[in-house]
Each structure stands twice: as C-alpha cells, then as structure tokens.
Design a binder for this molecule. Sequence first.
Ligand SMILES: [Mn+2]
Length: 389
Amino acid sequence: MLSFIHAGDVHLGNPFTGLSKNLPKSFQEAVADAGYVAFDRLIQQAIQKQVDFVLFPGDLLHGAGQTARLQATLVKGFLALKEAGIQVLLSFGNHDYQAYETVQNAWPDNVHIFSHEVQEKVLMTRSGERVAFVGFSYADRSERRDRLADFPVRNESVDYEVGLYHGAVGQVGDDYAAFSIEGMLQKNYDYWALGHIHIREIMHEQPVIAYSGNLQGLNRKETGPKGALLVEDRGQGLEPTFLDLAPVRFQTVEIADCLSFLDLMEQLKQEKYDGQTLLSVELKGTIPADLQADQASGRLLDKIQLSLSDSDTVWPIYVNLTTSQQLVKPAFAQMDFEQAIQQTVAGQSLTDSLSDEVPLSIREYFAREEGRTAVQEALKELFSEGGEA
Ligand SMILES: [Mn+2]
C-alpha cells in the first residue's frame, strides 16, 4: 500500500528571527542547527517507516544563497533515501524557484523535479502500485496564472493520483498560484500535498487536501510542534498523521491578572515545555504597576530571562502587556521621533520586516518612495497622539 511523507516549506537555510542577543549558548547552538536536525529527522523517519516517496511541494530551500552545509545536507539526505529505495518528488516554490537551474545535475537521480509547466510523473511503489504525481515549479517569486486549470483530471490507468501544489486559496491573479478547494476536488485526486502556508491544516478530508506547515518554526508566531505529514493508505484512502520533527519550539503563554513579578515567575516555571522552547509571554487583565513600568523601560524581558537563566529547556524571547488600565508612558517618549522615524523608514528594513505571505504588490508599494512616506506620516501621527492609539 502506498505511503509517503509530505513536507512543504522546509525552508532549509532560513535563520530564526526575533531572538534577543542574550540568547544562552545552549540555545544558540540549538537554533543554528534546528533546521538541519529537523531535515535529518525527516530523512530518518522516511527510512524507518519505509515509505515509498518523500514529497516536497515547494520552498524546500529558503532562498538563492546555498551554503556548503546546506548543499551537503541535501545531497546526503537524498542519497540516503536512494539507498533505501525511496524516491523524491519535488517542486520549487516562490522562495526557491532560482534553484531550478542550479540543482539539475547536483542531485541524485531518485529526485524527480517538476518543470515550470504542469507535469505528470508516474512512478511505482515497493508493492507495485502505479502512482501519478502532478505538479509544477515556480519560474519566479510569484505565480499569477491559473495553474490548477492545467492539472489533468484523474488518470484512470493508475492506482493513485497525488497533486503537489504550492499556493494559497484565493482569486486567479493573486501572487501565489491561487486555487479553490472546489477546483481541486473536481480533479478527483487521492491526495493534495500543499505548500506555502506555514500553519499545518487539513483543508479537506476524503480526499485529503492539506498543508503540512513548515518543518521547523522560525519566529515567535510559528508556535507549537512542527514537522511533516506521514501519509498512508490503511484501507480507507490516504490518511495523514503528523510527525513531530522540529527540535526547537516556539510557545506563547498567556497569564491573566498576575499579582506580582514573583507570581509571574511561579506561573512560568509551572508551565509545561516540550523540548527546547523559545517563550513568548502575554500578560493580560490587571497588571501590577511595577511590571508595567519595567515593560515600559524595557527591563521586564531582561528580568524574566535572568530569573529563568538556569533552565536548559526554556528561554523567554518576548513579553507583551495588554491591559485596559492606563499604561505608564514609555521613557523614550522624550526622544527625537522625527529622526527615529526617518531611520526606521529608510533602507531595507521596512520591506524586510514584512511576512512572506504579504502579496508582492504590497511589498513593492513599501519599497517605493510613496509607501515609505505613507508609513512616515502614519508614525508621526501615532506618536504625536502620545503613542496610545
Ligand atoms: Mn512559499
């Protein structure tokens, strides 16, 4: 019976973001290795479970820059799969489309790469079933054509048909190969392995249309366990099971009506953490004035970090206060905002801070003078109102 691993958005080579410079040494090492450890675990799982295929539906690589470690990790992983009789189906997404030209001769022949046109590849499982895989690679950092229209309907001569698709639900013309669930269902496939959205989600059951999410969370918004989907036919169609592979985890803890700093630390220490955890703390409700003052002066995170510094399993990276009470005015309210705003808006930082999911048109807008001026005006207005908007 068919079995495969679905691993969208591996983003190998992507650094973690939003970590403070105080990061303890044990975490520095864990963070530097996390993506590679997760990838190695993926390969080991594929071999251990004796799957037939590993599917990478886009953004296996984070970008064009390929380090020696990255290249070696990939080749070593692919060769290990080859030795175990496992074939790889791979399409490039909006992050790694440049690699299409460079990897053609660099990777072993068990790696089947989809071209820029929608293609069907028919391969055999260990037990002799015929499986048709259909997919395409991005040719650029966006794909505005109706790619789903080019996917053929179910090939009746095969035992299974599986689509690999890097994109997002939306209207044709959107930046990332917009599709509809209905459109996919009409093709009558047995499984759709989606990529692009970093949150794991089963969009449809029977047949399953699913995002595996990314392999390793890379910022405080990518919380919880991360990994890939093991997809198997156990007699009732193709069913996914989550494989927890990420060695480092982001977690957000919400604390309401905390009584004091001591109380806060008590609650944080009682929380359960799985593996090495990078922690965000959200304080809500009534918040003691001294904690508000510490937050306003930027001391609160430092204090929490120092109080947890003997822990190998958890490191706080972010703290946020949401309260209906009057906030203590930040000390930096006296600074020269005109200058600070100009620095913020100038240079690359503005577009760099946009998430990957932000449409290209918006990214371009903020890269232009027009967009920068708009942000500058908005910030000026915000701060002249006392920053309490
Ligand atoms: Mn993507």
